[in-house]
Design a protein around this ligand. Structure first.
Ligand code: HSE
Length: 396
């Protein structure tokens, strides 16, 4: 029997509890032994909970209990999640998590600590909610040099954009619904300003390259500047706008990455990914394009990935899983101008657009012109910004 603990009884933590209880027989089959939940750590009171005796407010109960072999850290945030995780790993316990902020910030250190202590630090739920993507990237695509990753990595923003476009909901109303559905972060700025997607593309790029990609070096823009007019104009060009985490891996070992709203032509693999769904498109030099698709946020989908990691730790007792990365000696971030994109531009009808070179898909819509530019660098677009209303990169 494997003894387990949950740290944090919020949306994901209660989902982990539910799955452990409801799918107990299946989990025993998968893990090869029963999973016995011994503690739930939370600072709040849960006096009405049917198993209130499991709750503790003291992490030392878990750290000092030699019987506990695996802990799900689903409390979120950096502190005290970092300190708790580090202590648990050093005490020889496996830790699994959905905490992308922690993985993106302290992943290299925690992965190394796990290895030193002969245990695992697994974080499948940190990217794409319930979608299996990190293990397939690390294991099933191990034969490939990864060339590109483009993902719809934030369920909340995808849900908001979808509700605004399809159901004409206001931004605020769509955000409220996302919060009510348990998709949004405690501070929704993490979602709508792109920080959450930034952590996730950093994790994907780190795993793909084997070296930590520092999320603070990733240019990050959210969806707050996207208007319904932008969306309608994109539709005129048979395209949609999605918040994309993008990474490209250059032969010199540098990695270009950004998070930004991007325009995607209808019919391409990511264009039909709507609602709270996420998708991660990965291009490998041997396999070509593969896409991982599924529910990117929410209680049970995210908990599904957390519990699968618990099972993996039990099955691989005493073995280190090769899912991780190390810190590089120096930054591996490419410069913002090392990659050119074509842009979807909306400009005033009288604006001089000759500086954009040969534009395509030109349309005159009311008092403005919309078109697609030749590929240009971020700095070139920065110079042109004064004469454009909207400039959104095209995902090719
Ligand atoms: N707030 C996140 C999202 C939760 O909306 O994608 C899942 O990581």
């Amino acid at each position: 029997m494997a003894k387990a603990a949950i740290m944090g009884y919020g949306t994901v933590g209660s989902g982990v509890y539910d799955i452990i209880r409801i799918n107990a027989a299946k989990l025993t089959k998968s893990a090869g032994e029963d999973i016995d939940l011994k503690y739930i750590l939370d600072i709040r009171e849960f006096d009405d909970h049917p198993e209130k005796e499991l709750f503790t407010k003291d992490v030392n109960d878990i750290i000092n209990d030699d019987e506990v072999s695996v802990v799900a850290e689903v409390m979120g945030g950096l502190h005290p999640a970092y300190e708790f995780t580090k202590s648990l790993l050093m005490a020889g316990k496996n830790v699994v998590t959905s905490n992308k902020e922690l993985v993106a910030t302290y992943g290299s250190e925690l992965i190394a600590t796990a290895k030193e202590n002969g245990v695992n630090y697994l974080f499948e739920a940190s990217v794409g909610g319930g979608i299996p993507v990190l293990r397939p990237l690390a294991c099933c695509l191990a034969a490939n040099n990864i060339k590109k990753i483009a993902g719809i990595l934030n369920g909340t923003t995808n849900y908001i954009l979808y509700q605004m476009i399809t159901n004409s909901k206001s931004f605020d109303m769509a955000l409220k619904d996302a919060q009510a559905n348990g998709y949004a972060e405690r501070n929704p700025a993490a979602d709508i300003e792109g920080y959450d997607a930034c952590r996730k593309i950093a994790i994907l790029a780190s795993l793909a390259s084997g070296f930590e990609v520092d999320y603070s070096e990733i240019s990050t823009e959210g969806i707050t500047n996207i208007t319904l007019d932008d969306v309608k104009c994109a539709r005129e060009l048979d395209a949609v706008i999605k918040l994309i985490g993008y990474a490209e891996f250059f032969e010199n070992g540098k990695i270009y990455a950004h998070v930004a709203p991007m325009m995607i032509k209808n019919g391409s693999m990511l264009s039909g990914v709507d609602d709270v769904f996420n998708a991660v498109l990965i291009n490998g030099d041997a396999v070509g394009d593969v896409m991982f698709y599924g529910p990117g946020a929410g209680k049970l989908p995210t908990a599904s990935a957390v519990v699968a990691d618990i099972v993996d730790c039990i099955v691989h007792k005493g073995m280190s899983r090769r899912i991780g990365w190390i810190k590089p000696r120096s930054s591996i971030a490419a410069g913002k101008d090392d990659k050119k994109f074509s842009y979807f531009v909306r400009a005033d009808k009288n604006a001089d657009i000759t500086g954009f070179g040969t534009v395509t898909e030109f349309r005159s819509l009311g008092d403005e012109n919309v078109f697609i530019t030749e590929p240009m660098t971020a700095s070139e677009m920065d110079e042109a910004r004064a004469i454009v209303k909207t400039a959104i990169r095209i995902l090719d």
